[in-house]
Structure formats: C-alpha cells, structure tokens
Design a protein around this ligand. Sequence first.
Ligand SMILES: *[C@@H]1O[C@H](CO)[C@@H](O)[C@H](O)[C@H]1NC(C)=O
Ligand SMILES: *[C@@H]1O[C@H](CO)[C@@H](O)[C@H](O)[C@H]1NC(C)=O
Ligand SMILES: *[C@@H]1O[C@H](CO)[C@@H](O)[C@H](O)[C@H]1NC(C)=O
Length: 174
Amino acid sequence: MVHYDKSKYADLGAAVTSLQWDAITDLVVMIEVGESNPAFDSVLSHISQIANYSSGNTSLGQGNLPSFPIRSFLPVDLSKFYRYNGSSPAPNCYEVVIWNVFKDPISISQAQLDMFRTVYGVNLNAQGNYKMVDNYRYIQPLNGRTIYYSSAVTISPMRALFIMALAISSAKIL
Ligand SMILES: *[C@@H]1O[C@H](CO)[C@@H](O)[C@H](O)[C@H]1NC(C)=O
Ligand SMILES: *[C@@H]1O[C@H](CO)[C@@H](O)[C@H](O)[C@H]1NC(C)=O
Ligand SMILES: *[C@@H]1O[C@H](CO)[C@@H](O)[C@H](O)[C@H]1NC(C)=O
C-alpha cells in the first residue's frame, strides 16, 4: 500500500522524482501460500477487467472495482513491523520510500495466486515478457542503514521513543 502526501505532491510520479527520503510510505504485507483468503476475492472477481497490457487493453473499463476494506489485506497484529529507509522497487529505484513491513504474513491459496499470475503489467519481467511474475528487485546491500523492529519486547525505552517519533512523523504522510 503506497502512500504520499497529496498536499505536497501532485501525484505519485511527483513524489518519486522529489528525491525526498520521506516522499512515500509503503505498508508491506508478506503473502504466504496456504488457506484461501476471502479478502482477495474482492479483487479476483474483477480480475478480467484489470489492465491487460498484452491485449492492449490497459483500462479498468466500466464497472469499476467495487470498494472493499483495505484492512482485510493487513495481518491481525499491526504492532509488529520492520521499518527502514529504502527505495522505489522499480527503475529508477530512487531512495524515496519509508518501508514498513509487517511481521505476520497473510495467506493466499495457490488457486488465487494462479489467477493473479494471469495478469499482464506494463513492465518487462526477468523472463522478458509482460506477465506480472518475477518482477521483484534483488536484495540490496544495507549501505549503512539501520532496520528497526517495532516489538516492545526487544527494544530499550530510548529506542521505543525514537520509533514512536518516526511513527508520528510517517502518520503525517499517511
Ligand atoms: C490477458 O490477455 C492475454 C492475451 O490475450 C490472455 O491470455 C489473458 O487471459 C488475459 N488476462 C486476463 C486477466 O484477462
Ligand atoms: C477493455 O476492457 C474493458 C473491461 O473488460 C472493456 O469494457 C473495454 O471495452 C475494453 N476496451 C477495449 C478497447 O478493448
Ligand atoms: C531515514 O532517514 C532520515 C534522514 O536521514 C532519518 O532522519 C531517519 O531516522 C531514517 N529512518 C530510518 C527508519 O532509518
């Protein structure tokens, strides 16, 4: 889930090219193959209307995606997450993103995942086609950065204060 401050940036592209380290805040959820997850059905039931670059149809068309609760895509426990300063995962990979990666994954069934893998995107993947698979960026060096972990159990009071301050400053972005 990608966030930027609409009062500062006209659109996502403007946030990216601002080159500010806090231009974008991403909330990231790991997805593990297992139980079927009804949250995905709100998107999957409209998957055929979603952009299909290969067939030259990149519009959502009529019958826009009905609204659905974003919360249903987040893990139950939001208090456990990792935070670090990073970059946009797509070229030019500008360092403009505060990454917040939740510790607990959510689930997706293999059948649901297979449906997502029928979708075509706008970027070439590692296999040289437009299927939205294998389009991840390789792990990057830490480059002197610190990765923070939110758990109150393992952190000192000073560090907890620091993380709270960060949470407040990124809440403004959200
Ligand atoms: C996208 O287009 C390709 C090629 O026409 C087709 O095989 C595929 O099923 C389409 N995907 C969706 C989700 O409609
Ligand atoms: C693109 O797909 C949408 C949804 O399926 C459809 O309504 C629209 O007519 C298509 N447009 C073109 C140019 O094929
Ligand atoms: C990200 O970088 C900014 C600017 O250097 C710094 O103030 C902030 O503490 C960093 N945040 C994290 C999570 O490392």
